[in-house]
Design a protein around this ligand. Sequence first.
Ligand code: PMP
Length: 360
Amino acid sequence: MKTYNFSAGPAILPADVLKQAQTELLDWNHTGASVMELSHRGKEFDACAIEATQNLRSILNVPNNYKILFLQGGARAQFAAVPLNILGGKRAADYIDSGYWSQCAADEADKYCQANRVDIKTKHDGKVALKPMANWQLNQDAAYVHYCPNETIDGLAIFEEPNFADKIVVADYSSCILSKPIDVSRYGIIYAGAQKNIGPSGITIVIVREDLLGKSHTALPSVLDYAIESKHDSMFNTPPTFAWYLSGLVFKWIKQLGGLAAMEQRNLQKATTLYQYIDGSDFYQNHIAKPNRSIMNVPFVSPNEEIDKCFVAQATKAGIIGIKGHRIVGGMRASIYNAMDLDGVNYLIDFMRHFEKTQG
Ligand code: PMP
């Protein structure tokens, strides 16, 4: 039976990419060895790393005054790395509170500075919504403003891009990077764990504007120091070579499909189809106001928790995996990252329709 993977991360990867990795697993690039078995200092891997970096730069349109780093420790390591790299002499930073992950980032930053929580949650037609950027109350003394454009657990998204004059903006793009074109020049730092829209877990992308390098705290571990990592082309220590290689294959796959404009169209079509079905049903509900609905993570509930449990169990039997909502919020969540296609979403909707009938 074919399975449809709606996991929030680690998540579905493009089947073509996995097949290519499979064919090259034992003999990569005519080296007679797997990419996992070769030195990161060798010319073969070096070329692979450079190509992946260049392809990411081209699809995301990263300006030349930004470094692209491939680091480890996931997005959570960046929760600490960001303040330790760029606070400079300042003592406070603004943390926009939009949900679970932005709160986690603020909690970690508390160790290093005063993390000012800026609550932007509000209600719109009785549903959860986020205030527009123009209404964010930022503090003068903050070294930077941090926000999370896509709250993976809550299914909440901020589609506006920042425009705060000379403020340094830091964004946790973990669950929406490469889902649509963005204007990188509006950010000081963009970071993202790979395991949703990029590749396997174990690698984290950091895109940092060059003028922010070199302000780091003396107690910052070298592996998290953007200046050191950038000087060493992200190879200060041994990088996760397989994850880097696989991410490179995903970048090529995105390019072949038409880049981020094509990804956005594909993602909007999937999300619109699913939300339209949920909105048209009396059985399922999504609690997020339309302007803030994530196009990557779609949480929904049935009439009660018992039925939710039954839904998850029966969905699994029908080949739908990873659909259970995060333990904090319960219900269900369909993560529909780049690699999920419209057929997968339609399969889910067919199952939802069928399931509702069986509950009558
Ligand atoms: N930020 C966001 C938006 C996330 O979705 C996640 C993981 N789900 C994290 C941070 C934490 O990522 P990691 O496990 O890579 O540290």
